[in-house]
Write a protein that binds this ligand. Structure first.
Ligand code: AKB
Length: 318
């Protein structure tokens, strides 16, 4: 990757990935784009930034040509809970945006990354150590767009030779930009509330296991996969990757080691609980390890220490 276009660059992944890649590839070589501009935001101020609506194919193609990009990291998408509330919009953004981005990649012969998700699995998928290649019949609009996206990326590789690559992200936990409208968001919210009020009411029920990952491991995964030797990649779209699997009382217990008075209660949201119930408890990421050396560094304990440390600084809490 030498000149990279990022869509959704002000989102949870995009805001950190843009800065991470600007450090590696040079600030001017990472063109950040998003549907809105936030004045003063470090992603906007630290290198090229353009407003881009990913459903506008011409605008995307013009920007890619203007900056002569050789790689596209397409992140703009609605997450699971909001996609379930707005399925038509989710199809337009998640599939329309992806199709436009793949067309630009085809026309300009760029490398291409887009994330899939554990949401690409459904109730018929084996729940424990979900294999790389398995049943994918999700019953959410988010899941439908993720499976369709994986297939479309495979198609662009096989039919047009576009170098498409992707991972199935688990829930991502980070302190810079909050996620919006995901099912796994409770595992981010809990850290903010633990520090601000000492208590948290989880919208996901006790005993509900989902895979998770700390953001630094997710950023490394994207760059490592994009730099991997193409001839070694068998799966491409998209690799299972994970760092840990836990349920709400386990993250609460880990937080209690740092904040002994922390209290956890539950008020389960039936929509997000149903989504979580349809996802794996844990996924098998051996293909990612074997084909491109994926390796996560953070587990629940080390992530919790770091999250609480960084959030204390951010929120200015002693
Ligand atoms: C969500 O909860 O929607 C996302 C995901 C796992 O894809 N964090």
């Amino acid at each position: 990757m030498k000149k990279i276009l990022v869509t959704g660059a002000l989102g949870q992944i995009g805001s950190e990935l843009t800065m991470h890649m600007r450090n590696i590839y040079g600030a001017n070589n990472v063109v950040a784009t998003d549907i809105r501009r936030i004045e003063g935001h470090e992603t906007v101020e630290s290198g090229p930034f353009e407003v881009l609506d990913v459903t506008n194919a011409k605008q995307m193609a013009d920007l890619a040509k203007k900056y002569n990009v050789d790689s596209i990291i397409h992140l703009a998408a609605l997450l699971s809970a909001v996609a379930e509330a707005k399925p038509v919009l989710a199809w337009e953004i998640n599939m329309g945006g992806l199709f436009n981005a793949l067309e630009v990649a085809r026309e300009l012969n760029t490398a291409f990354f887009t994330p899939s998700s554990i949401g690409a699995f459904g109730p018929g998928t084996p729940k424990i150590k979900t294999p790389q290649d398995t049943i994918q019949r999700p019953q959410t609009m988010y899941g439908v767009t993720k499976v369709s996206g994986e297939l479309l990326c495979d198609y662009y590789f096989k039919k047009f030779g576009v170098d498409t690559r992707g991972v199935r992200f688990p829930g991502l936990i980070s302190y810079t930009t909050p996620p919006g409208g995901g099912t796994t968001d409770y595992a981010v919210d809990i850290y903010y509330e633990a520090l601000k009020s000492g208590k948290y009411t989880s919208f996901i029920g006790e005993g509900t296991y989902m895979d998770m990952m700390y953001m630094p491991d997710a950023l490394n995964a994207i760059v490592t996969l994009m730099e991997a030797d193409s001839s070694k990649l068998i799966h491409r779209n998209a690799f299972n990757i994970t760092a840990m699997s836990f349920e709400p009382s386990q993250i609460a217990a880990e937080i209690k080691k740092h904040i002994p008075n922390f209290e956890m209660s539950y008020d389960v949201d039936p929509v997000r609980q149903a989504i979580a119930n349809s996802w794996p408890d844990s996924i098998d990421d051996s293909a990612a390890k074997a084909e491109w050396g994926f390796n996560a560094k953070y587990d629940l304990a080390s992530m919790t220490s770091d999250m609480l440390l960084k959030l204390r600084e951010k929120l200015n809490i002693k």
